[in-house]
Design a protein around this ligand. Structure first.
Ligand code: XUL
Ligand code: CO
Length: 445
């Protein structure tokens, strides 16, 4: 996506021109070294493989505050009074940022884009006033909505959760927000709708009726699915796993817990997963594990790209810059046939010390380049074929003889015992070749 020259873009980021691809030798910090949107890899453009999304909550609403101090971010476009007019200006700043970056998609929560009103109706109205600006800006630029979602965790009313609150009125309030956001997501042509259970979990087992809360969460999701059908919203629903933070026990712990919940409650035809890197690591997994677990069962919907810090135990939401991480992520994504209609959404924020607007460009350019490199390296490894060959060879015993009988269902415990009584001991276990394969990946990094 390139800037429309008719629209003067000098208003909010006057020092930044459209970010162009300049190749690996460029020393320009405001250029892509690897992300070349139209370059074709495995028969598809990089733009279509990666479907980059920008997260409104971090990029436009992140202030750099932490438990020890207030925000540090300098955002010259912000007015002193955060009213609807300010929110509308911010929406235009955001689209200018996206145009200059060349990112095709964005994602937001209802409360990211517009201030909450004194009543539910006022909040709906505020939201509509900013949605109309975004709709106009989408039409002007071709930028699209990857997914919408509702913030059901910041307001104090959600202190006990939203769909899993002990208070039925809170469930009703949350339902009203999701109803509205489904309408808004449809109006903006959003391709997906995300459920991340902000406070859907608990702090104290003694005061919690866990099964009742889980049943309520399932009811909530079914109501959303039913309402989507009613209004003709055909986007993909996504459930985003996260093991903890803000609550100690989140119900959407990891891909396995989410899939169990989806299947146990008959949601498998409607809901896939939005896998986030830092959530995977908080759950004690790797990103590639979560992607492969979801993808193997046909539930890989989209990703929230970021990274944690191994020395810290919380969700630091840093921009992904580690090429091993992006290579393995892209190997898993390509293996499972790509990410569309999902995308690679940067659920990532600049550090508190990176307080200037230009840092937002550096951060996103770096994340996009890291994923572009991961994509190119993963495609090269796949074209080389040795990795795939090694895995195939490792499981060769399943292609014939007793392995084939087990896989096609013609073996049972008796036939297997008689086979082993005749064969005796196992003499042909192969090496796992871990170091050989790690070296192979390094040949391409
Ligand atoms: C929180 C998180 C959310 C979801 C959307 O850790 O990842 O921003 O992605 O609600
Ligand atoms: Co996320």
């Amino acid at each position: 996506m390139r800037a429309n020259p008719i629209y003067s873009m000098a208003e909010f980021f006057p020092d930044v021109k459209t970010i162009e691809y300049e190749g690996a030798d460029s020393k320009n910090p405001l250029a892509f070294k690897h992300y070349n949107a139209d370059e074709v890899i495995e028969g598809k453009s990089m733009k279509d493989h990666l479907r980059f999304g920008i997260a409104y909550w971090h990029t436009m609403r992140g202030t750099g505050n932490d438990p020890f101090g207030p925000g540090t971010a300098v955002r010259p476009w912000e007015a002193a009074n955060d009213d609807v007019a300010n929110a509308q200006t911010r929406a235009r700043v955001f689209i200018e940022f996206m145009e200059k970056l060349g990112a095709p998609f964005y994602c937001f929560h209802d409360r990211d884009i517009a201030p909450e009103g004194a009543t539910l109706q006022e909040s709906h109205d505020n939201l509509d006033a900013v949605v109309s600006v975004l709709k106009e800006e989408q039409a002007r630029t071709g930028i699209q909505l990857l997914w919408g979602t509702a913030n059901l965790f910041s307001n104090p009313r959600f202190m006990h959760g939203a769909a899993t609150s002990c208070n039925a009125d809170v469930f009703a309030y949350a339902a009203s927000q999701v109803k509205k956001m489904l309408e808004v997501t449809k109006e903006l042509g959003g391709e997906n709708y995300v459920f991340w259970g902000g406070r859907e979990g608990y702090q104290c087992w003694l005061n919690t009726d866990m099964q009742r809360e889980l049943d309520h969460l399932a009811k909530f999701m079914h109501m959303a699915v039913d309402y989507a059908k009613q209004i003709g919203f055909t986007g993909q629903f996504l459930f985003e796993p996260k093991p903890k933070e803000p609550t100690k026990h989140q119900y959407d712990f990891d891909a396995a817990a989410c899939l169990n919940f989806i299947r146990a409650n008959g949601l498998e035809d409607y809901v896939k997963l939005n896998i986030e890197t830092n959530h995977a690591t908080l759950a004690g997994h790797t990103m590639e594990h979560e992607l492969d677990y979801a993808g193997g069962q046909g539930f890989l919907g989209s990703i929230d790209a970021n990274t944690g810090d191994l020395l810290l135990g919380w969700d630091t939401d840093q921009f992904p810059t580690d090429i091993y991480l992006t290579t393995k992520s892209m190997l898993a994504i390509l293996k499972h046939g790509g990410i569309a209609p999902g995308g690679v959404n940067f659920d990532a924020k600049v550090r508190r010390e990176s307080h200037e607007p230009i840092d937002l460009f550096h951060a996103h350019i770096g994340g996009m380049d890291a994923f572009a490199r991961g994509l190119k390296i993963a495609a090269a490894i796949r074209a080389d074929g040795r990795l795939e060959e090694a895995v195939k060879d490792r499981y060769d015993s399943w292609n014939h003889g007793v392995g084939k009988d087990i896989e096609n269902g013609t073996a049972n415990f008796e036939s297997l015992e008689s086979y082993m009584l005749t064969k005796g001991e196992i003499s042909d276990n192969k090496s796992g070749r871990q170091e050989y394969l790690e070296n192979l990946i390094n040949e391409y990094i």
